[in-house]
Design a protein around this ligand. Structure first.
Ligand code: HAM
Length: 413
């Protein structure tokens, strides 16, 4: 029979990798604690309509990348391609934003997009997603960018660049949209078929097109920065001032439109030179109209998501990881010491120590080799002689020092 393999674009995270994942997730939780963000766990499945309405009908994600199906009662459901829409739904549905104070939340978990798999791009991938509701001011934009930057730099990823833009608001964006559409209409013969269909429906998406000829064509297009209304200009200036006060470097990029339609004003991305073609490690922005679009009140929001596969990919290039093994490897050196060794392992584990053992007796040499491979700190040896004296020998694998301990003195281990 043929072996069953994983679904294309879905990857196992193997035990030698999960320790790195834990370290990254622990750093995320630690930063969330320090910045005052609480964890919200939203479902992996949502109604398809949530993403169609939230992310935008004409985005690549909704048009081409969602895992959508009908459940047994005929409802259309989708594996979440991102967390923001689900977080907004959960905040509104559970009235979490009541009380007038900004609500700071984060979520960690898998997302699903039917994209062409390649280095740094999978169909199931993981994000740390951070969202703040109820604060319209520029300081909170700078705060989430600072949180993201601290997450990466504290992990050891310092060679990253922050790109920042403002997409304007419903007041000033139509002017830009008009200018861009006029510019592109005059050159529509050179647009790829996808962009041609985007031209009337959602021209800003064309700035995000991956096709080189479209990118070259839009390079000389109108500049968003020149169309911002005074309020949007002031907001952007507030964000850049706050980032400058922190000494956090950034570059303004007026072409940064992002792949989701819910953004207004601030958008940002963090890129790394270590990731090849998929250089975006994180992205986010402000989505002041999204709550309303999803049936809620006018509740401003801002957030970002960072791709954990990409973080780990970059991290393993700059750092060697060697995680400590168990406190003890327990070696039963003869069949008659297996039983007492089994009980001893349980007693030590019950006291909180990490103890590994194999439940077969073996030679000292083979046991020491195994302890080495497991990177155990110490080996407990239990042979017939030790057992007769109600003792064990403990060898420190780093110093090679050996001591004996009575089996009755568990607290001395
Ligand atoms: P996004 O830019 O679509 O934003 O995704 C954020 C990050 O997720 C990307 O920068 C990348 O690191 C990672 N990512 C995306 N797709 C893949 C993939 N196929 N394979 C591996 N990694 C991937 C969002 O998802 C927004 N929800 C961010 C946000 C939160 N905006 C406001 N709040």
């Amino acid at each position: 029979m043929t072996e069953i393999t994983a679904v294309r674009g879905f990857k196992d995270i193997l035990p030698d990798q999960t320790q790195i994942w834990r370290l990254v997730e622990d750093k995320a939780r630690d930063l969330a604690r320090r910045f005052g963000y609480l964890e919200l766990r939203v479902p992996i499945l949502e109604r398809t309509e949530l993403f169609a309405r939230g992310i935008g009908d004409t985005t690549d994600i909704v048009e081409k990348e969602m895992y959508t199906m009908e459940d047994r009662s005929g409802d259309k459901i989708t594996l979440r391609p991102e967390a923001t829409a689900g977080m907004v739904r959960a905040v509104l549905e559970n009235n979490l934003a009541e009380g007038g104070r900004p609500l700071r939340l984060f979520c960690l978990g898998p997302m699903f997009r039917y994209e062409r798999p390649q280095k740094g791009r999978q169909r199931q991938f993981h994000q740390l997603d951070v969202e703040v509701f109820g604060d319209p001011g520029p300081y909170i934009d700078a705060e989430v960018i600072c949180l993201l930057s601290s997450f990466l730099t504290e992990l050891g990823l310092t060679e990253v660049s922050v790109l920042l833009n403002s997409l304007g608001c419903p007041k000033c964006r139509p002017l830009y949209r008009e200018k861009l559409t006029a510019f592109l209409r005059a050159r529509q013969a050179d647009l790829c078929p996808d962009c041609l269909s985007r031209l009337e429906r959602n021209p800003l998406r064309i700035l995000d097109c991956k096709v080189e000829s479209c990118q070259a064509l839009t390079a000389d297009g109108p500049d968003m920065a020149e169309c911002l209304c005074p309020e949007c200009q002031a907001h952007l200036a507030g964000v850049t001032r706050a980032l400058a006060d922190l000494g956090l470097p950034y570059a303004l990029s007026s072409r940064l439109v992002r792949g989701l339609d819910y953004y207004a004003r601030t958008t940002f991305e963090i890129h790394s030179g270590r990731l090849g073609a998929q250089s975006a490690m994180a992205g986010g922005g402000r989505y002041d109209g999204l709550c309303r679009q999803l049936g809620g009140p006018d509740l401003p929001g801002i957030g970002f998501a960072v791709g954990l596969e990409r973080v780990i990919l970059a991290l393993t290039q700059v750092k060697e990881f060697a995680f400590p093994g168990p406190d003890y490897y327990l070696a039963a050196l003869a069949p008659e010491t297996l039983g007492p060794a089994f009980v001893l392992a349980h007693k030590l584990r019950a006291r909180g120590l990490a103890v590994e053992a194999d439940w077969e007796a073996g030679s000292l040499k083979s046991r020491l080799k195994r302890a080495d491979r497991l990177r155990a700190a110490k080996v407990i040896m239990l042979g017939p002689d030790e057992l007769a004296r109600n003792e064990v020998t403990i060898r420190d694998l780093a110093t090679k020092e050996q001591i004996t301990r009575s089996l009755s003195d568990l607290d001395k281990f």
